[in-house]
Ligand binder design. Structure first.
Ligand code: GLU
Length: 293
């Protein structure tokens, strides 16, 4: 028992919850339970184009149906843009952000020209094209309304914080080399704060001591660790759990509507059957069969 352990379930409501989300929720809940701690809920709904209020409503219905409870009011990211904006302002004031005017197509071409392949989980790492734009030119473009993003200058981050350490409960001590992840986008005009920024700010705001999340976010944790170092935030422990696969070995994803909790509920399965199917999947190394299969 480690009293004071605090985990969180942090779904992004960009579609109905599926069994992969349920695995994430159970990992967070169980870890908290094992330590006599608490598991909080956070709705990560900063992307208004992808995330719809009806999915948030459905998410609450699914959690209720499953009998999964989280104490207190959930934290809702779409209500916190003022807080993220203030953090961005601090980073900008410290000279750690720069405006970038490259389009996605341009970045793809730049990366290809340098003979680099996209990163397996983080996509096209930005090669830093706009990092050294003369400030007057950048200001002129911004004033003219040219679309731009704000990127974190990882070289400056590394000069400032070096290569900080973090701990993964399965994989042991990790060392983050900030410059390996490219200058990540922290804000866009139509999307005033990025996942990386919000997750780091909110894990600290909610006092999260242990972050459980899918192994697909392992590399992103390095980016988060760099941000925590720069912002002087506490560093949780991490536990990256394996992802669910179907019996053909394919990763289960939101687009597989048939595996949504809503569709299982509508098909007449009980919460208990769904939870049991997940326990079986865990025993079978993550291969999931729908209840009744
Ligand atoms: N919101 C993210 C998702 O649903 C998870 C974020 C996290 O666990 O850090 O994929």
């Amino acid at each position: 028992m480690t009293p004071g352990v605090r985990t969180r379930f942090a779904p992004s409501p960009s579609g109905p919850l599926h069994v992969g989300h349920l695995l994430a929720a159970l990992s967070a809940l169980r870890l908290a339970e094992r330590h006599g701690g608490t598991c909080l809920l956070r709705i990560e709904d900063i992307d208004a184009r992808a995330q719809k209020p009806e999915f948030t409503t459905l998410l609450y219905e699914d959690l209720e149906w499953l009998g999964l409870n989280f104490p207190g009011e959930p934290m809702v990211q779409s209500r916190r843009f003022g807080i993220y904006g203030a953090v961005l302002e601090t980073l900008r004031g410290r000279g750690l952000l720069y405006p970038c005017f490259c389009t996605r197509t341009e970045i793809r071409a730049q990366v290809a020209e340098m003979g680099r392949a996209p990163h397996a989980t983080l996509g096209y790492l930005y090669p830093g094209t706009c990092r050294n734009l003369p400030p007057e030119l950048a200001a002129e473009r911004i004033a003219a309304g040219v679309p731009h993003t704000w990127r974190l200058d990882m070289q400056k981050v590394q000069d400032l914080v070096g290569c900080p350490l973090w701990h993964d409960m399965y994989r042991g001590t990790q060392r983050t080399v900030p410059t390996r992840y490219g200058d990540v986008v922290l804000a866009r005009k139509d999307f005033p704060a990025s996942y990386h920024l919000c997750v780091v700010v909110d894990d600290a705001a909610q006092g999260i001591t242990h972050v459980t999340r899918g192994a697909d976010l392992f590399e992103a944790t390095h980016i988060h660790r760099a941000l925590q170092a720069v912002l002087g935030l506490p560093v949780p422990q991490y536990c990256h759990h394996s992802l669910l696969r179907d019996n053909a070995g394919k990763r289960l994803a939101k687009r597989d509507g048939a595996r949504s909790l809503e569709s299982l509920r509508r098909a007449g399965f009980t919460p208990r059957q769904v939870l049991e199917s997940l326990q079986t999947a865990l025993r079978q190394g993550g291969i999931w069969y729908a209840p009744g299969d």
